[in-house]
Design a protein around this ligand. Structure first.
Ligand SMILES: Cc1ncc(COP(=O)(O)O)c(C=O)c1O
Length: 303
């Protein structure tokens, strides 16, 4: 597997191990960072890659900067050019995962708004190991952050304190991952991915008011499902006990792609194996990201 050797900081390429940020920056002291995980998939044509849904990732980043009152905004064209440069500089020979972080580099009091810095790191990323076998989830006793406290709709690193507590508890309890509930007890999402379930042939996923990140992958799957089945999925609240009625379940995200869920709270999901609808959506998703079927060219930025 290829190795990351160069990282971009504020538009300059620097050796990977030399990247540094001051410990007194607001980014470190108050977690004033928004970020994106973006994939660039290797295409069949040598040396070509396609960023998947780059515009939507950059839109969400810009939204996060606005909510966190970081100024000035970074232009999409400039960031897209930086991502292309950092990808090329690393000479990958396989799929690339890019982590793009924008943060307040300035030091000072909490209301400091700048200067803004950014880092783009291009890294190899193995296919998640549960993609074939499926994973086990446990419902967490930690609640998902609520919109009026630390909005999950903003992809801020600060939100991953809640996510990490949840993840660490799940690991300690012997699960592969966690599922979080809102403070009102409705199903929300996992620490790093959104949640879908299938019940009696219908695809169901919690909506944005269930304190989820408005995931690009979730939106992709909702679109692919509607086009494939000719009807929309159900976007609605899900009770904890409805989880135990699921015939299939899976989680999704840019990094996770689509991972089947085979049990929740040690109760099998369906027959305890990855389900057929999940497998279909996995196949359609991988077609879409590499453009195999040629559909949705607007989703791929080819470089
Ligand atoms: C909490 C959370 N939910 C959902 C997702 C999936 O989002 P996306 O599909 O935009 O990568 C992620 C991934 O970054 C995440 O961290």
């Amino acid at each position: 597997m290829w190795q990351a050797k160069t990282i971009m900081m504020n538009g300059e390429l620097v050796p990977f191990e030399r990247a540094a940020i001051h410990p007194l920056s607001l980014a470190v002291t108050y977690a004033t960072t928004v970020f994106e995980g973006i994939r660039a998939y290797k295409l069949a044509e040598p040396g070509r890659f396609a960023f998947f849904r780059l515009r939507e990732h950059l839109d969400r980043l810009r939204f996060g900067m606005k909510v966190m009152r970081m100024a000035p905004a970074l232009e999409h064209d400039y960031l897209a050019d930086c991502l292309t440069r950092v990808l090329r500089a690393n000479e990958p020979d396989d799929d690339v995962y890019i982590r793009l972080l924008v943060y307040i580099e300035g030091q000072g009091l909490m209301a400091t708004t700048g200067p803004i810095g950014f880092t783009a790191a291009a890294m190899p990323r193995e296919r998640p190991r549960f993609a074939e076998t499926g994973m086990t989830l446990g419902v967490s006793s930690w609640s998902r952050l609520s919109d009026n406290a630390s909005p999950p709709r903003v992809k801020a690193t600060a939100n991953y304190h809640n996510a990490r507590l949840t993840q660490m508890q799940a690991k300690a309890d012997g699960y592969d991952g966690a599922l979080m509930l809102t403070p009102a007890g409705k199903v929300s999402e996992t620490p790093i991915a959104c949640f879908f379930m299938v019940r009696e042939g219908r695809l169901i996923t919690p909506g944005p008011s269930s304190n989820i990140l408005e995931s690009v992958t979730r939106d992709t799957l909702l679109t692919l499902y509607r086009e494939w089945r000719g009807e929309p999925a159900e976007v609605r609240e899900v009770d904890r006990s409805e989880l135990y009625l699921a015939d299939e379940a899976f989680v999704c995200g840019t990094g996770q792609e689509i991972i089947p869920v085979v049990s929740i709270d040690r109760l099998p999901v369906g027959d305890g194996q990855p389900g057929p609808l999940t497998r279909q959506l996995q196949a359609r998703y991988f077609d879409a990201v590499r453009g195999a079927s040629g559909q949705h060219p607007e989703w791929r930025t080819v470089i």
